[in-house]
Design a protein around this ligand. Structure first.
Ligand SMILES: NC(=O)c1ccc[n+]([C@@H]2O[C@H](COP(=O)([O-])OP(=O)(O)OC[C@H]3O[C@@H](n4cnc5c(N)ncnc54)[C@H](O)[C@@H]3O)[C@@H](O)[C@H]2O)c1
Length: 271
């Protein structure tokens, strides 16, 4: 990294574990001042402590991103502690419970849409008002392959992620004139639960790079989008999925699966 992130003030939502935690910790390692948000207080405390343990700079902000008054407090805390906000990573999201369309009800639908989609809107509006004062800022949303290709029993989740991609483009248009860029990351299958070796192997069989992603795989792309190197990128959705969404057929059912590819030895000898 080019030292782009030194002293950047970065708010990461849902940073108590998984992808959000990896992104928050990486920004801190690169010298950013980080606001660690999560709905779970003990997770917030743990991540703030882990950042401080390695001499990073972070504060915690416990809040539910679907509640506008709690969201305002996240940004008030950021202003109190660090004076501004340069980067917002809208990462908080929920997937469960997974319900078949016929088993779903309105409460289920509203909760998933509220956290995933309305949460992005509420946090972004607070952040953008601060960023507009600086004529500078970056908002990074968190999509999913479900925005493009559906999961079974994920109707609300997939709809929320499709909404996030549309929101990303629409916000990029509205906020560009104020110096604010808006992009999204689209994670593929990221191992946030600590799969065992067998599970990782099985999951990897249908991924061109042959393994699920690790939360840390999401951090580099987030830092890039937040950097000066990405200063002419806005409105884009960046896939970080080991090639999953680029394939038409899964490797296990493809007529020409990777098991039929030339061996590395043959490739090297063919030089
Ligand atoms: N893991 C994957 O394979 C994957 C794939 C595609 C997209 N994503 C997206 O990436 C993001 C992070 O996923 P993850 O797998 O790291 O999730 P995770 O469940 O491991 O972590 C999510 C964090 O968000 C917090 N959270 C939940 N509701 C919240 C709320 N209302 N307000 C604030 N915090 C809240 C949780 O407490 C948790 O700490 C999500 O938006 C998810 O949809 C993940």
């Amino acid at each position: 990294m080019s030292g782009n992130h030194k002293d950047q003030v970065v708010v990461v939502t849902g940073a108590g574990k998984g992808i959000g935690r990896a992104i928050a910790e990486r920004f801190a390692t690169e010298g950013a001042r980080v606001v660690v948000n999560d709905i779970e207080e003990d997770r917030v405390n743990e991540v703030v402590a882990s950042i401080k343990d390695v001499n990073g700079n972070a504060i915690g902000a416990v809040a539910d991103v679907s509640d506008s008054s709690q969201v305002k407090k996240i940004f008030d805390s950021a202003l109190d502690a660090f004076g501004t906000v340069d980067v917002l990573v809208n990462n908080a999201g929920i997937v469960s419970p997974m319900l078949h369309f016929f088993d779903a009800d309105e409460t289920w639908w509203r909760r998933i849409i509220d956290v995933n989609l309305t949460g992005h809107f509420l946090c972004s509006q607070q952040a953008a008002r601060i960023m507009a004062k600086n004529q500078n800022g970056v908002i990074i949303n968190m999509s999913s392959g479900g925005a493009t290709r559906a999961h079974r029993s994920f109707t609300a989740y997939d709809a929320s992620k499709g909404g996030i991609e549309a929101l990303t483009r629409a916000m990029a248009l509205d906020l560009g004139p104020y110096g604010i860029r808006v992009c999204a990351l689209m994670p593929g299958s990221i191992d946030t639960e600590g799969m065992d070796e067998e599970a990782r192997k099985l999951r990897g069989e249908n991924i061109p790079l042959e393994r699920p992603g690790d939360p840390e795989d999401m951090a580099g792309p987030a830092l890039f989008l937040a950097s000066e190197d990405a200063k002419y990128i806005t409105g884009d959705i960046i896939k970080v999925d080991g090639g999953m969404l680029s394939q038409q057929r899964s490797a296990t059912v493809d007529i020409v699966p990777p098991s039929t590819f030339p061996s590395l030895k043959d490739v090297l000898e063919g030089d």
